[in-house]
Design a protein around this ligand. Structure first.
Ligand code: PLP
Length: 325
């Protein structure tokens, strides 16, 4: 049924598929909005959070007025938690860059699944596990301005309000088409800042439609192909133990290199690698697993924007930076 008006201008021609990639997921304005809603509905007394986490997750937990207990990670990125969780404790674990399937399985063996929340913001293609909840942040994988997904068995009402401002946060996506990524960067930052207000809000109709138009299988395959290429080219300089070959539609290729701080040099060479979670450094010791991860794990892009020929250029630039050329 359309809107009841006739004629006028045409809508965006999006190639809508029958269903979402995760058909049972609830759509939210962002992953943090999904987490906030889950926590305000479930009201756990305390949530264990990793020190290695995005600030927006911390803000969502604080806004939901849930007490935070912090845990650190061991070398294998496994949480250092008490052997038994207190009665009303929940634990949130991030599937870091999609490489933490073994850690998730171990957590599910050791703790009650009904009190585990998995954060799949960096692992869109990893299916939800049978735990209390799994959250996703699709814009870290696809060109949408916002959106979050929540998969939970728990009966929860949907938030009363729906995001209707998505169109105001899309300028960067439109500018990028005409003038390239650099031209949209400032608007991208504004769009990200606009998501900082935490409220329980359903996904906008626009984002929902855009997500229904994504060719998920094709993107997954391209990401895997690209990841495997980078893995083959850069394995000899990569000290990361987290480079398995069976990562579903990877978020990035994580290059762990402690020889020098690569990020600024790579950016000079036009490789815009994100710098995640700098705030973590003020809460952990200098020599911790968390600090090393923030300082030395460089997320090289392996996504659907690139062909192998592009990646060859990128690899050469990375190798030149490492060789000090
Ligand atoms: C691990 C992780 N979880 C959750 C989020 C929040 O996602 P969103 O921006 O969709 O609220 C982020 C943000 O970057 C993140 O890195």
């Amino acid at each position: 049924m359309h809107s009841g008006t006739f004629g006028g201008y045409f809508p965006l021609e999006l190639n809508l598929s029958e269903q979402h990639y995760y058909p049972t997921a609830r759509g939210y304005r962002s992953a943090r909005s999904a987490l906030y809603h889950l926590l305000t509905e479930k009201k756990p007394q305390r949530l264990w959070l990793p020190r290695l986490i995005c600030q927006s997750v911390i803000e969502a937990v604080k806004a939901a007025r849930v007490e935070i207990a912090w845990y650190t990670l061991d070398e294998a990125l496994f949480p250092q938690l008490p052997a038994v969780l207190a009665e009303s404790d929940f634990v949130l674990f991030v599937d870091y860059m999609g490489h933490c399937q073994p850690q998730k399985e171990k957590l599910m063996r050791l703790y009650p699944a009904g009190r585990i929340i998995f954060d799949h913001s960096q692992s869109f293609y990893n299916a939800p596990e049978p735990v209390f909840a799994t959250v996703y942040s699709p814009r870290k994988f696809f060109g949408v301005a916002d959106g979050g997904l929540l998969v939970t068995q728990d009966a929860m009402p949907l938030p009363a309000s729906q995001d209707r401002d998505s169109f105001t946060r899309m300028t960067h996506l439109l500018l990028q088409h005409e003038y390239g990524t650099r031209a949209g960067y400032e608007d991208f930052q504004h769009a990200e800042t606009a998501l900082e207000d935490i409220e329980a809000s359903r996904m906008s109709a626009l984002t929902e439609k855009l997500l229904l138009s994504v060719n998920y299988q094709k993107i997954k395959a391209v990401r895997q192909r690209n990841y495997m290429f980078l893995r083959q080219q850069l394995a000899s300089i990569n000290a990361s133990p987290f480079c398995a070959d069976d990562i579903a539609g990877p978020f990035c290729y994580p290059l762990y290199f402690t020889g020098k701080k690569l990020r600024p040099r790579l950016i000079e060479q036009g490789i815009f690698v994100a710098s995640y979670w700098q705030e973590v450094l003020s809460h952990v010791s200098e020599k911790s697993v968390e600090a090393d991860y923030v300082n030395y794990m460089v997320p090289l892009p392996c996504d659907q924007r690139y062909e192998i020929a592009d990646l060859k250029v990128m690899c050469q630039r990375v190798l030149d930076v490492i060789a000090g050329k």
